[in-house]
Design a protein around this ligand. Structure first.
Ligand SMILES: NC(=O)c1ccc[n+]([C@@H]2O[C@H](COP(=O)([O-])OP(=O)(O)OC[C@H]3O[C@@H](n4cnc5c(N)ncnc54)[C@H](O)[C@@H]3O)[C@@H](O)[C@H]2O)c1
Length: 496
């Protein structure tokens, strides 16, 4: 089976985008001064070529194109916008393997997992295509001869800035809601993995009138900062770290511009004494998203095991963790890829050292693999620390690497206080057969997304987002689309 699919995968060179420039106003542009930066494959260390390095004037030109296209696009009837989005979804689905391979070589995640990403992107685009007529307003009966209506209007230029862990999925899926609502978009893909956004523009850019969909690339955070500084941008949606979210919000203050922020997490998996130890062991591993080296905002990297089942769960973890062995991302059989960059690799190894130094026990992994074929890439084995306490650094910081911390608990109130002690609150996974405990805990945890006897999965249409410093706003649902609209109230009085 896997051989047959591997045979269908195109050669890596053939999936690289030919265009490496900036895409705006429906055309490809060189960056000012023909500046560029090099992008590398984190699995092999090999160069994947040059990509345009946008300067401030280039960013301004791309925003100008999006701004100029807004009146035309916002006037396109909703069902026509939906038709174009469905066409986009079809193109994404038809090219899922090619796009997945491109992401695999550029960001290090395994190709098989990235096919899933492309299909999720497609499903989300279809969701928003189906929601275009739900951009409804309301009316208030104000009496005879009067009509009071509230209408929803698109905002204008929406900027979407994304991180490296799901490059294509974020490029494709995150444009759907703003476009469905009649906004134009500018995307800024991650500096570590910019290629799939360029390929998206190659494949689908001409579906839209010029200026409706635009892409700018760059190797530094400045590019994102220039976007945020431009007063013509009506809303910024950022997926990234808490620090970047704070910067975007701060820099949006002068313009009094709304922001949509999907930021980091240090999420808890909580297992009660009645939970099935094998199911919890499996969930511990699944919740870490080891396929993409734990580089997922929703990863449940703090595992709170009740003392009664602590040892029984750990006794079953090895069996499940075996499913994840670091391998070359472009190989169909690979179940766990490479970290996205040297910075992520160094950061992960640093936290592993810190965990050891602070007295936690390495239960699994804890080092790069010994495989010679992986020596040039940024690979780290799936790592589990036991004997972790809540005051340890590895129990507090988002590592964004394949490192899971296991904590033992006895008293529910103490455990919940520890779960809620951090400034972030994105997801939580609760394992119990006791309905009361499940509901009590789901209510008590200060997060935006809770699973009971499930983990890791997202559900198209269900609101995803964080509380506290994990973000502002919700995505993957109708509220995401409505967040790219504003309400206008119109009161009419008719003669006679
Ligand atoms: N909540 C979610 O849905 C979600 C999903 C994926 C990743 N994340 C988070 O992303 C982080 C990992 O990604 P990262 O290290 O690439 O994040 P990052 O914050 O360093 O970068 C993310 C993006 O923001 C840009 N950026 C950085 N600083 C900026 C600024 N001051 N102004 C404008 N743009 C700026 C970067 O260029 C990049 O495109 C983790 O914290 C992770 O939890 C969150």
């Amino acid at each position: 089976m896997s051989e047959a699919i591997a045979a269908q995968l195109p050669a890596t060179e053939s999936v690289l985008p030919k265009q490496r420039g900036l895409y705006f106003a429906g055309e490809w542009h060189e960056a000012t001064g023909a500046r560029s930066f090099e992008t590398f494959s984190p699995g092999s260390g090999k160069s994947l070529g040059q990509v345009a390095e946008a300067g401030e004037a280039d960013v301004a030109a791309a925003i100008g194109a999006a701004h100029a296209a807004f009146p035309e696009w916002s006037a396109v009837p909703p069902l026509e916008r939906a038709r174009i989005l469905r066409e986009l979804a079809r193109i994404v689905r038809e090219n899922a393997h090619e796009l997945a391979l491109l992401d695999a070589v550029d960001c290090g995640n395994p190709v098989r997992a990235m096919v899933g990403d492309a299909n999720i992107a497609s499903a989300q685009i279809e969701l928003f295509a189906g929601l275009v007529t739900e951009m409804k307003g309301a009316s208030i009966p104000m009496g005879p001869g009067r009509l009071n209506v509230s209408v929803r209007e698109p905002l204008g230029v929406v900027a979407r800035i994304s991180p490296f862990n799901h490059p294509f999925m974020f490029a494709a899926a995150k444009i759907a809601a703003p476009l469905a609502a009649g906004n134009t978009v500018l995307i800024k893909p991650p500096e570590q993995a910019p290629l799939s956004a360029l390929r998206l523009a190659e494949l689908a850019g001409d579906l839209f009138p010029p200026g409706v969909f635009n892409v700018v690339t760059g190797s530094s955070r400045e590019v994102g900062a220039w976007i945020v500084a431009d007063p013509r941008v009506a809303k910024v949606g950022l997926i990234g770290s808490v620090a970047a979210g704070q910067a975007v919000m701060r820099n949006s203050a002068d313009a009094l511009r709304p922001v949509l922020l999907e930021l980091g997490g240090k999420n808890a998996l909580i297992a009660y004494p009645d939970a099935d130890p094998d199911a919890v062991a499996q969930a511990m591993v699944a919740g870490m998203n080891f396929a993409w080296c734990g580089q997922s905002c929703g990863s449940t990297s703090r595992v709170f095991l009740h003392g009664d089942i602590h040892d029984a769960v750990l006794a079953r973890v090895a069996k499940h963790i075996q499913a994840f062995t670091p391998g070359l991302p472009e190989s169909w059989d690979t179940t766990m890829g490479a970290l996205a960059s040297k910075a992520q690799y160094d950061r992960t190894l640093h936290y592993i050292e810190t965990g050891r130094a602070e007295g936690a026990t390495v239960f699994a992994g804890g080092k790069p693999p010994d495989t010679p074929a992986l020596a040039e890439g940024y690979f780290v084995e799936p790592t589990i620390f036991t004997d972790v306490t809540s005051d340890m650094t590895i129990a507090r910081d988002e590592i964004f690497g394949p490192v899971c911390s296991v904590l033992r608990w006895q008293d529910e109130a103490t455990m919940l206080a520890e779960v809620n002690a951090l400034d972030v609150g994105l997801t939580c996974s609760i394992w119990t057969r006791d309905f009361d405990a499940a509901l009590r805990t789901a209510t008590a945890v200060e997060v935006g997304y809770v699973w009971v006897n499930e983990v890791s999965k997202h559900f198209v249409g269900a609101p995803f987002g964080g509380k506290k410093q994990s973000g502002i706003g919700r995505e993957e649902c109708i509220e995401e689309m409505l967040s790219f609209t504003d309400l206008k109230n119109i009161h009419m009085k008719f003669a006679g």
